[in-house]
Write a new protein. Sequence first.
Length: 158
Amino acid sequence: MKQIRSIRSPVGGRSLSSLLAIPARFTPLRCQALLVEPLLQQVFADRIEDGDLDFLSREVVEIAITDIGLHWFLTLEDGRLRLIPRGRPAVTVAGGLPEFLLLASRREDPDTLFFERRITVEGDTELGLLVKNLLDSIELTALPPLLRRAVEAGASWA
């Protein structure tokens, strides 16, 4: 199994995860939602319009970035992806920040991250597979330019 590496910041050699842990834990969900929900809408607009994400209207999915203590509970409400305060997740997708950055940047094969259990899926297996395929389908070019550059920079430290 591959060694999980910590992303090191050029600022004092601290890991990116350690730099983001405090803001991630203490930023109110409403503030996170103001940033995250419009990005989700932009990235998944076509899939939402086509009904490809309708399975999320009946379910709550937890995305857990474990090394920074971030837990997002997502659902589809009124045709929009929403972060909700808490929920009973039908499935949890969990991993460290380096793994999610490697997934988003396509620097690591998504199946490798899942099969090596660097990103784990727990709960409803069928829903977990749908969420994994959804994450796998995100094209880096679909991200806004600033976010794309941040993902690429973060992944290069992994």
